[in-house]
Design a protein around this ligand. Structure first.
Ligand code: HMG
Ligand code: MG
Length: 300
């Protein structure tokens, strides 16, 4: 979560967590560790390696603790864990992690489906989780989901997103990531709301944008956010991804496409594009994912 020059961008790779959490076949620890180590070798400096949610809610993430303990950690790389509550935080810290991502929604119904809490209860819970994480010297980022629309309630009032972001920063979060959980945002809507963020918070420096690609607009939406000064982008190698409690949330913005967009504008990320392309091929070849349906302008 370093400050960036205007010609730099930072990619927060969510593949091992958001990318895999929706997959029904549980990947072995060895495969997850290989994926994470390949991503780091490609130059990614922020990798979300998994989550410490209830294993019954998301079985794919049950082995995150072992994954965390097995990876060979590299200096200068932040290995992130997604946690919903204090129990998740304790599990993450016990597994040796010090970069913590918390999450809540901006719509009541999605929040209840996702974490079994009202928005008010989540805010109360996250104030304690963030406080405890900061007191344990962890770095904290916070996701706000459904910012451009909810699968259950439809339109979301963006003023509520801003209020929640204000609260999460006041609890001690260092960065807020705006989640288009079901990939429903459109470029002008994204641009307008990103401009509201910059207007309210003075800049987009402490924000990231987290896009899903339901309608093939994730890359265009990333560009819309870029135009408003956003430089922190979440993405997933191969475009894997989806939220199990958000029907219609397929892949995340594909890391390889994001890299191509940024490099076409001479924006530096220090991530090797050949290596990320190769990781996507490896996922198909060796892990057995079919990524052909994920949108990509790889061959254009
Ligand atoms: P709950 O049932 O309300 O939990 O679930 P509870 O607090 O009532 O506790 C019930 C039992 O669960 C207790 O055990 C707890 O100890 C245990 P018992 O006493 O009955 O034996 N428990 C846990 N066990 C392991 N790890 C934990 C944990 N917490 C409680 N962390 C809960 C609440 C939050 C746990 C559940 O709803 C849950 O796990 N939800 C996670 C859903 C999820 O992972 N969704 C996907 C990630 S979010 C996402 O994808 C969106 C994002 O990408 C951004 C975007 O796209 O917008 C981030
Ligand atoms: Mg997501």
């Amino acid at each position: 979560m370093k400050n960036l020059e205007n010609n730099q961008a930072r990619i927060f790779e969510v593949g091992p967590r958001d990318g895999l959490q929706n997959e029904s076949v549980i990947l072995p620890i060895k495969t997850k560790v290989s994926l994470i180590e390949k991503l780091v070798d490609a130059g990614l400096k922020d990798v979300e390696i998994g989550s410490f949610v209830h294993p019954k809610w998301v079985p794919q993430m049950a082995n995150t603790g072992e994954v965390a303990k097995t990876i060979k950690k590299k200096k200068g790389v932040s290995y992130w864990a997604l946690v919903p509550n204090e129990k998740g935080l304790t599990r993450a810290i016990d597994a040796g992690l010090e970069h913590i991502a918390v999450f809540m929604s901006s719509s009541e119904t999605h929040n209840r489906k996702n974490v079994n809490r009202s928005l008010a209860q989540s805010l109360d819970q996250l104030s304690r989780v963030i406080d405890k994480a900061v007191s344990r010297k962890c770095t904290v980022r916070a996701y706000i989901s459904t910012v451009f629309g909810c699968p259950y309630e439809g339109a979301v009032d963006f003023s509520r997103v801003i209020e929640i972001a204000d609260a999460l920063f006041s609890f001690g979060a260092g960065q807020v990531s705006l989640g288009d959980t079901i990939g429903i945002g459109t470029p002008l809507q994204v641009k307008e709301n990103c401009a509201r963020i910059v207007d309210h918070f003075g800049s987009a420096e402490h924000f990231a944008i987290h896009l899903h690609d339901t309608h093939g607009l994730a890359l265009t939406n990333a560009f819309a956010a870029f135009l408003e000064g956003f430089r922190n982008f979440d993405s997933s190698v191969g475009g894997l991804g989806g939220c199990p409690y958000a029907p219609g949330a397929p892949g995340n913005l594909r890391t390889e496409d994001l890299l191509k967009l940024l490099s076409s504008m001479e924006i530096e990320t220090h991530v090797d594009r050949d290596q990320t392309d190769e990781i996507a091929s490896w996922l198909e070849r060796s892990v057995g994912f079919d990524l052909s349906t994920r949108l990509s302008f790889q061959n254009l």
